[in-house]
Design a protein around this ligand. Structure first.
Ligand SMILES: Cc1cc2nc3c(=O)[nH]c(=O)nc-3n(C[C@H](O)[C@H](O)[C@H](O)COP(=O)(O)OP(=O)(O)OC[C@H]3O[C@@H](n4cnc5c(N)ncnc54)[C@H](O)[C@@H]3O)c2cc1C
Length: 416
């Protein structure tokens, strides 16, 4: 069923009885050409691009819960392309371009909103770094502008510019950055993949691999064994656990990241604001809730809820940045499990097991990467070669020290 304004009108006039289920509920077949583990953003996008770009439809996505129950439905929905290093830069730039046509491509409104993102700076050194970053963005063909304090104050008058610890000196403005409706992204990719013949199998956990003579032949699941020509792992926070089932040890740690939403308010924040020094960022959802978050909890955990100390820190940062937020009441908070790599950049690569591929290490920035990540992983699975915009996301870069460390704070693996 194609969605359109006419369809909405017709269904409205006929009692809304004609809507069809958005995807099928198939039983798994005994064998597929490709099995993707994980029905999150990356797994579903990969299935869509396998079918759309490569004509491969004898594909199954195996999801241990329900589609979109992981981080794809738990994130704070920020989409941007403000990276500066080769590797990340071209990849996220490409992803943003895919976002800009995504609703049309999926025939489902993913509510991609180019409301702009602000990254605040508080010192001369930070301003220099943001100027360099902005120039890198411009050189790549994306948009960026550096604004000083007076100009920024006209846009965001409610910030506390004179905070004693972090006085605001200005910000890097990225007009094409913004937000999107996270679960609509999962639904859109799922619907498209399903309609092209991909089997989306929910409540089906992968519990092991069938590996013989260094090659994967299938997976063991809670629905029984399934044979596969190739297997792609796209399980985000569970990457190291699932890879361990295949005997692989990944350079990934799983950490909890929390998010918060307030009660619905009248429109007050029409952009995305990032206060890096306070590990705090905020936007306002279309339903009016202020959506915000902070840094990782730093207690390695697979529990999808957060600790109180981090909640206190996030609230303090919020009050430091915009004291007016003290009047809003927090409605709820939740956590998701992040697959953190040492350099903060992802991995899209073959593994040492023949036929077994990995899309992981999405850290806390993998939502904006979903379109390009899915396209690149599909390309790798279909052709065996890395996609041109994802060629540096190698698994062995940690062994050889070719890190893509956007913050410049990561450990130097080649030196230890
Ligand atoms: C609070 C929070 C805020 C965030 N904010 C942003 C943001 O603003 N912008 C941004 O770009 N990114 C953000 N992220 C990060 C982003 O959400 C993730 O990087 C991205 O969603 C991860 O990829 P995914 O969607 O495929 O993961 P998931 O949706 O987690 O998909 C993985 C799936 O694998 C399944 N799975 C696991 N093990 C198995 C198994 N054994 N068998 C079968 N299935 C299995 C899981 O159930 C899950 O559904 C945020 C994350 C969180 C938690």
């Amino acid at each position: 069923m194609r969605y359109s304004a006419l369809q909405v009108l017709w269904q409205g006039l006929t009692g809304n009885r004609g809507w069809k289920p958005v995807w099928r509920q198939p039983d798994p077949k005994p064998a597929y050409d490709i099995v993707i583990i994980g029905g999150g953003g990356h797994g579903l996008a990969t299935a869509h691009y396998l079918a759309r770009n490569h004509g491969l439809t004898n594909v199954a996505v195996l999801e241990r819960g329900w589609l979109g129950s992981g981080n794809i439905g738990r994130n704070t929905t920020i989409v941007r392309a403000d990276y500066s290093l080769p590797g990340n830069s071209e990849f996220y730039s490409h992803s943003l371009r895919l976002w800009e046509g995504l609703s049309r491509e999926l025939n489902l409104n993913v509510m991609h909103s180019r409301r702009g993102t602000w990254r605040l700076f508080h010192s001369d050194g930070q301003r220099d770094e943001f100027a360099r970053r902005g120039n890198a963005m411009l050189a790549r063909g994306d948009d960026a502008r550096l604004l000083g304090r007076a100009a920024l104050r006209r846009h965001l008058p409610y910030l506390d510019f004179d905070n004693a610890r972090f006085p605001i000196h200005g910000a890097l403005w990225h007009p094409r950055g913004g937000t999107a409706r996270h679960d609509a992204v999962a639904w859109g990719y799922a619907r498209s993949a399903d309609s092209r013949g991909v089997d989306l199998i929910q409540n089906c956990e992968v519990t092991g691999f069938d590996i013989r003579r260094g090659r994967v032949h299938g997976v063991r699941t809670t629905h029984g064994p399934i044979r596969a020509g190739k297997v792609g792992i796209a399980v985000a926070g569970h990457s190291s656990r699932v890879a361990a089932l295949a005997g692989l040890r990944l350079p990934i740690e799983s950490h909890v990241l929390q998010a918060f939403v307030t009660e619905g308010l009248k429109p007050v924040i029409d952009t995305v604001i990032s206060f890096g020094m306070g590990h705090f960022y905020i936007s306002q959802s279309d339903r009016g809730g202020l959506v915000f978050g902070g840094d990782l909890d730093f207690y390695p955990s697979y529990a999808r809820r957060g600790s109180l100390p981090r909640q206190e820190q996030v609230m303090e940062a919020a009050m430091t940045l915009m004291p007016m937020i003290g009047k809003a009441r927090v409605l709820r908070s939740w956590g998701g499990i992040m697959d953190m790599t040492p350099d903060g950049s992802p991995i899209i690569d073959a593994t040492p097991v023949e036929g077994l591929y990995l899309s992981a290490g999405w850290c806390y920035g993998g939502f904006k990467a979903v379109p390009a990540g899915g396209e690149a992983f599909a390309h790798l699975l279909a052709t065996g070669r890395p996609h041109p915009v994802a060629g540096r996301f190698r698994l062995d870069r940690f062994r050889f020290g070719r890190l893509i460390d956007e913050e410049g704070t990561g450990s130097q693996h080649n030196l230890h």
